[in-house]
Design a protein around this ligand. Structure first.
Ligand code: SF4
Length: 270
């Protein structure tokens, strides 16, 4: 595991994702090393080539961000889109914490997404800026097998406790059930446990399927097995998720539908 410090000229980047105006990635690469990670296909250099083993830390990020936050039009910032904001180096560098504070103070909305229990460290910030921050915790399954594909992320039960703590404190928290991968976490049992957590904490659940990408596919095939995610399979799984959500009474949203309406809002303001 290698950590390199780098300096950057820019902090915020325009986001291609419909739900965000800007993307903020304090790190390049991710030491959680998930085998299905789509960010592998978007990360250049050593952190992309040695996924999960090398990370670059943008040491001057906060000073650049302060300048940009004073200059740019406030909007929704995705923290982060191709890395995890609470991966191990964050314990020392505290870039995600600093970024949330700068952005919220400047009137931006920060949408955090993580697979780490370290997010609880910043509970004070999430509470202080509760109108300007939401926190998404990714949970693919609550079972131990998560370790197979997410070797260095927090155990899913630790992530579940994070959801509970944030919800108890009144933070806007949501669960990302994804990617749902054929034969890995698509059984009704796996899905129901995560939906139960959403229901008991009042967190919204957003679910999504695995979306094949060349490098992620190759890594999955090398570390686990080949995955074929066809339309027929997804129609069946989506129906299962919706039925479980309706029976339990949890608020569940298909990420694709969420993106469609976010795209409409962004383009046409409706
Ligand atoms: S935590 Fe997210 S960014 Fe990091 S390896 Fe896993 S999927 Fe990729």
């Amino acid at each position: 595991m290698k950590i390199y410090e780098i300096r950057v000229k820019r902090a915020l980047a325009p986001s291609g994702l419909p739900e965000y105006d800007y993307a903020l990635n304090p790190y390049v690469g991710c030491l959680h090393g998930c085998h299905y990670c789509y960010a592998i296909d978007m990360t250049r250099g050593l952190p992309g080539k040695m996924w999960g083993e090398v990370v670059y830390v943008k040491t001057n990020l906060l000073e650049v961000l302060k300048r940009e936050a004073a200059k740019y039009r406030p909007g929704v910032v995705g923290l982060s889109t191709i890395t995890d904001p609470y991966q191990p180096p964050e314990a020392k560098y505290r870039l995600s914490r600093g970024a949330i504070e700068i952005l919220a103070e400047a009137g931006f909305h920060v949408s955090v997404q993580t697979k780490s229990g370290m997010a609880v460290r910043d509970l004070d910030l999430f509470v202080k800026y509760r109108d300007r921050v939401d926190v998404g915790v990714t949970i693919t399954t609550l079972r131990d097998k998560a370790r197979i594909l997410e070797p260095l992320a927090s155990h899913p039960l630790a992530r579940a406790r994070t959801v509970e703590k944030l919800a108890e404190a009144g933070v806007r928290v949501w669960i990302f059930l994804g990617p749902i991968i054929p034969g890995f976490n698509d059984s009704p049992g796996d899905i129901e446990e995560v939906v139960e957590l959403a229901h008991s904490t009042g967190a919204e659940l957003i679910y999504d399927r695995y979306r094949p990408k060349p490098l992620a596919d190759a890594r999955l095939a090398a570390q686990y097995r080949q995955v074929r995610a066809g339309e027929e399979w997804w129609a069946r799984v989506k129906k299962t998720v919706e039925e479980i959500c309706a029976r339990i009474g949890a608020k569940c949203t298909d990420a694709e539908e969420e993106w469609r309406s976010a795209r409409r809002r962004k383009r046409y303001g409706v």
